[in-house]
Write a protein that binds this ligand. Structure first.
Ligand code: GLY
Length: 265
């Protein structure tokens, strides 16, 4: 299935990013830009078409394009982000998504970050987190329910987003850190626990049968390979200082469904 990834260049103000569960450390802007470029090259190498948006210098977290929208084959849902500092990230993203999907919008009092949304076929698990509230989950459920998706909530504690603690890696398997989520909600899937020393390793990006994880998690890499998964590691050390993983810096969707303009952004 042809895939498109919307990405956004790194903001020069990334050192002012939101942090919820991590202490602030200086981010080397040149290095983070280089790492983000290598990430895009990795996606392109796996067959994904990259649509790159210009940086938003006033919006430190704008590189995390996964959060402002939820895209499925039928619709793109523009969110009301959980962190007030991030809310205007939606504007330019919505303008681009309009080329690919009809848009729908979450409205106050709903808040929701795309990092809390884990879709596996027609099942959509949504983290009830510091960023995503009950209204956000209910509104998303109403909007996606009309396209025959089943939305259910998963309580998240101790990390930023649901996908900080849980990712689908194929073969009916979820890579998880159960200490951060109510894993009871995920019954029916095989749960593969990340090693205790690599608590943040459950954020993985599955692309065309390859599981991408940060290079800083060698034990998780070995575990996945031992279980027969194809793994690619990528150095995202500077992005990790912004409380990021490997899913949040791209917004990936099926290219063919409902595209209205094939041209680059
Ligand atoms: N720095 C990523 C976020 O907090 O949204």
């Amino acid at each position: 299935m042809p895939l498109t990834a919307i990405v956004r260049e790194v903001s020069s103000s990334i050192n002012d990013c939101e942090l919820s569960f991590q202490a602030r450390q200086p981010i080397d802007v040149a290095k983070v830009i280089a790492q983000h470029k290598a990430y895009q090259d990795c996606l392109a190498d796996l067959g994904v078409r990259i649509v790159s948006l210009p940086a938003e210098p006033e919006l430190p977290d704008a590189v995390f394009v996964e959060d402002p929208a939820v895209v499925v084959n039928e619709v793109a849902i523009i969110s009301n982000l959980g962190a007030p500092s991030r809310r205007s990230e939606t504007r330019s993203l919505a303008n681009v998504l309009l080329r690919y999907r009809p848009l729908k919008f979450l409205t106050e009092p709903a808040t929701l970050d795309g990092g809390d949304v884990l879709r596996i076929d027609r099942s959509v698990f949504v983290g009830l987190s510091r960023r995503t509230n009950r209204d956000g989950i209910d509104q998303l459920g109403d909007l996606l329910g009309s396209s025959d998706y089943q939305v259910q909530s998963v309580e998240v504690k101790g990390c930023l987003h649901l996908k900080s603690a849980c990712s689908y890696i194929g073969h009916n398997t979820l890579l998880v850190n159960r200490s951060w989520i109510d894993a009871e909600r995920l019954r029916g899937f095989e749960l593969l626990d990340v090693p205790e020393e690599e608590s943040a390793a459950a954020n993985a990006l599955l692309l065309n049968d390859v599981v991408i994880i940060p290079a800083s998690f060698p034990k998780t890499c070995a575990l996945l390979e031992k279980r027969g998964f194809r793994v690619r590691t990528i150095d995202v050390s500077e992005l990790q200082k912004a409380e990021a993983g490997v899913t949040c810096t791209s917004l990936i969707f099926n290219d063919e469904a409902m595209a209205t303009s094939p041209g680059p952004a």
